[in-house]
Design a protein around this ligand. Structure first.
Ligand code: IMO
Ligand code: MG
Length: 406
């Protein structure tokens, strides 16, 4: 039997999903993106060299066939830049890339529009592209093929964007051999017992339905989006792996999104510096906070997580004390359930449990048996609070810096 395994973010993005996907891709046949666009920035460090991916799934460095599903949105100019950048570094992209004919395009007009977005986004045209998809004015990848043939005037009248962006579509006709029926292809390959690895972008805290609306992105980043975003039916998915940082970070333009455990003082600065917490996409300093077990417990439920991976444990090296948020206080009451509402969340304050930090560094450790006992207890406490088995911990930037946790 093959598998259909998914990797999803459990916080606000930037959990290190790219590194995990690169790691897990070793025994996959296909690596598939199902939502989001170049708001994603997935960093993978190989032999000290940093690679940042925005559209292309992180399986590309393992030479796997990478697939962009219909639920994603594509800026063709930016995709081209990314492909050229990777090919120049000797990574074969075009021969390993398949794109769904039904994926929607981020048009130049969408990018313009998102510059004045009221709810701070990445300015990459994400919300306008998904808006066009919903209001049925969008262009799709298959329109690159459609414009090659004569189109009926009736169709052109109904879809003025086809005329408006004709040259833009023609400019990208080099992609024609890469455009396929992804739903059919993947379902066939699952029948053939191939291994499918699904790569999430963004995270449950940013999910349009289950996140902190309106401080969210415009797609379903949680596991539910896999079915609509690829055409794989729900019962074919075999494993769902959540990724969480050992603390939390959040990026937004003006800091207006909720971050219940935000650290403003010395601790925040320390973690930001140690963890290099500056946006891979926007370069903005990320806001930093203590681990929020209420949020990750919510993500465990929404995604029905089978496993949890904790990343960047080494960033907490050298702190005397660590805090974990176990509940929220709202209007004098203690709540354990996560409110999926940005306005309510901004009024919540954290209820903390304090744990001792560890001496020395967890960097370079390759076995959980060699971890300081305090580090093991910290990870185990998160496991208890979130109630999902933690199977891996990462402790450095390089693809080889990870520990199987048992
Ligand atoms: P990865 O895949 C972190 C944030 C933006 C903004 C909000 C909405 O690297 O984890 P959008 O442009 O999507 O409409 O912006 O979501 N955001 C991310 N934050 N990591 C990401 O992706 C993000 N993608 C979007 O900063 O606050
Ligand atoms: Mg990122």
């Amino acid at each position: 039997m093959g598998y259909v395994k998914a990797v999803v973010g459990t916080q606000y993005g930037d959990e290190g999903k790219g590194k995990i996907v690169d790691q897990l891709a070793k025994d996959a046949d296909y690596v598939v993106r199902f939502q989001g666009g170049n708001n994603a920035g997935h960093t993978i460090v190989i032999d000290g060299e940093e690679h940042i991916l925005h559209f292309i799934p992180a399986g590309i460095f393992q030479g796997k066939t990478c697939v962009i599903g219909n639920g994603a949105v594509l800026d063709l100019d930016k995709l081209k830049e990314e492909v050229i950048g990777l090919e120049q570094r000797g990574v074969s992209v075009l021969e390993n890339l398949l794109i769904s004919e039904n994926a929607h395009l981020i048009l130049p007009s969408h990018v313009e529009e998102s510059k004045t977005d009221k709810i701070g986004g990445t300015g990459r045209g994400i919300a306008p592209a998904y808006t066009s998809k919903s209001n049925k004015t969008g262009l799709r990848v298959r329109d690159i093929i459609n414009v090659q043939c004569p189109i009926d005037q009736v169709d052109l009248d109904a879809r003025p964007n086809l005329t408006l962006f004709r040259d833009y579509l023609l400019k990208h006709s080099y992609l024609m051999p890469n455009i396929v029926n992804v739903a059919k292809m993947l379902n066939f390959e699952i029948d053939m017992e191939k291994n499918i690895l699904i790569e999430g972008a963004q995270a449950t805290g940013l999910d349009i339905d289950h996140g902190e609306y309106p401080f969210v992105t415009s797609s379903n980043c949680s596991a539910g989006g896999i079915c609509t975003g690829t055409g794989i039916g729900p019962t074919r998915i075999t494993d769902i792996i959540g990724v969480a940082k050992a603390y939390v970070t959040r990026v937004d333009r003006d800091g207006s999104g909720p971050l219940v455990t935000q650290l403003d003082g010395w601790h925040g600065e320390f973690i930001r510096k140690q963890g290099n917490e500056y946006g891979a996409t926007t370069k903005r300093p990320r806001r930093v906070g203590w681990f929020d077990a209420v949020l990750t417990r919510h993500s465990a439920m929404i995604n029905d997580l089978d496993e949890l991976i904790i990343t960047k444990l080494d960033i907490l090296d050298g702190l005397d004390e660590l805090k974990i948020c176990t509940a929220y206080e709202l209007d004098g009451e203690i709540i354990y359930d996560y409110p999926s509402d940005g306005i309510v969340l901004r009024q919540c304050s954290p209820v903390y449990e304090t744990m001792p930090g560890w001496k020395g560094s967890v960097k370079g450790i390759r076995s959980s048996r060699d971890l300081p006992i305090e580090a093991v207890r910290y990870v185990k406490r998160i496991e208890d609070l979130v109630n999902v088995p933690i199977t891996m911990v990462t402790n450095g930037r390089d693809r080889k810096d990870y520990i199987i946790f048992d």
